[in-house]
Design a protein around this ligand. Structure first.
Ligand SMILES: NC(=O)c1ccc[n+]([C@@H]2O[C@H](COP(=O)([O-])OP(=O)(O)OC[C@H]3O[C@@H](n4cnc5c(N)ncnc54)[C@H](OP(=O)(O)O)[C@@H]3O)[C@@H](O)[C@H]2O)c1
Length: 326
């Protein structure tokens, strides 16, 4: 796979543009500040009147307009609102105001891959997806580094779309870490799969299940917490530094032997069958249909799940341990 870096990008392509960032949350703020520090002078944010994010943008000295006004004055419009809102946001506020030949930029492939947005043919349509949260994108940039970004082109109306995606990724700081080419479909499907089957879905559930097993068997909640949760940070750091095999080489023989015996019993053939089922639901669009229905209903299942997670005994133990640490 080809990896692009700063030397492959012409930063001038974005510095000379008028850019509107729609949404000023996790990604929106970090991207806007990195762009400004990379020399983009003409930058506005698009937010609904009364949006609580407006005060934050203004405190950062970035003018906040409505999404319609912001889209109408820019020649590069970056959609950084939540994915499930893109269809309506684009149809009602962005599409009617977009300039002829403008570039439309996304940080995740979902709304193009699943047809929430059908862009006009005169537009360049780009993906620049930083692989990490906005806080890390900003902090790494300020330290002189960057996060890896994936880039893709869905429509190349001007013949410049790929160069523009490279330049935008470099302005975010990703040219210092690596910029990889993919497609909207690959980025989106792999990301939706990983969110459910590995990182945000499976790992927290595994931690809770391990904690519950120990506490139900009479172990003290504090010991269960240290064993099943605190050490996640240590293993993540080891994996990041040394890879999966290198991580295993860095632990005791007892831990290595236990890992060999236990891992495949928990992530077994049934787990892999379920992973394939999750991937099929992602690719068929069933997951995205559920997401949109959840958003239209006002997020009742999501709020209930968050309430349940917040009320789990593991949170109370975590708070007590933090208090003890002072
Ligand atoms: N978070 C990540 O780590 C991450 C990583 C890579 C890519 N992405 C992608 O980045 C995009 C943004 O995600 P995010 O996590 O940054 O979202 P977020 O933190 O939830 O922020 C959303 C922002 O959009 C605004 N907003 C909500 N609905 C809007 C609408 N209808 N019109 C205009 N603005 C609206 C919100 O304003 P209010 O204050 O008014 O609610 C808020 O400022 C998504 O496509 C996501 O998949 C995220």
């Amino acid at each position: 796979m080809q990896v692009y870096r700063d030397k492959d990008a012409d930063l001038g392509l974005v510095q000379q543009r008028s850019i509107a960032i729609i949404g000023y949350g996790n990604q929106g703020r970090a991207q806007a500040l990195n762009l400004r520090d990379s020399g983009v002078a003409d930058l506005v944010v698009g937010l609904a009147e009364g949006s609580p994010s407006r005060a934050r943008a203004e405190a950062d000295s970035i003018p906040a307009l409505t999404p319609a006004q912001a889209a109408g004055r820019a020649d590069m419009v970056v959609i950084l609102a939540p994915d499930e809102t893109h269809g309506r946001l684009y149809a009602d506020h962005v599409a009617p105001n977009l300039r002829e030949g403008a570039a439309l930029v996304f940080a995740h492939g979902l709304s193009i891959r699943f047809g929430l947005i059908l862009p006009r043919p005169d537009l360049d349509v780009l993906l620049v997806a930083p692989k990490g949260p906005g806080t890390a994108l900003r902090e790494d940039y300020l330290r002189g580094g960057g996060l890896v970004s994936l880039i893709a082109v869905h429509q190349d109306a001007t013949g410049q779309a790929e160069s523009l995606a490279l330049a935008y990724a470099a302005a975010l700081g990703s040219g210092r870490a690596g910029i990889l080419a993919t497609s909207f479909a690959e980025e989106c499907e792999a990301d939706l799969f990983n969110e459910q089957a590995v990182l945000w879905g499976a790992i927290p559930e595994l931690i809770r299940a391990g904690f519950e097993t120990l506490v139900d068997a009479g172990f003290s909640p504090e010991i269960a917490y240290f064993e099943c949760l605190t050490e996640v940070k240590l293993i993540a750091d080891l994996i990041a530094a040394r890879g999966l095999a290198g991580m295993t080489e860095a632990i005791s023989t007892t831990a290595k032997f236990g890992a060999m015996q236990g891992g495949a019993r928990i992530v077994n053939a049934d787990s892999r069958t379920e992973m394939r089922r999750i991937l099929r639901e992602v690719r068929s669009g069933a997951f995205v249909r559920d997401l949109i229905a959840e958003a239209e209903a006002g997020y009742p299942r999501l709020e209930a799940a968050q309430g349940q997670a917040r009320g789990h005994p593991i949170e109370k133990v975590g708070e007590e341990i933090e208090r003890l640490k002072g």
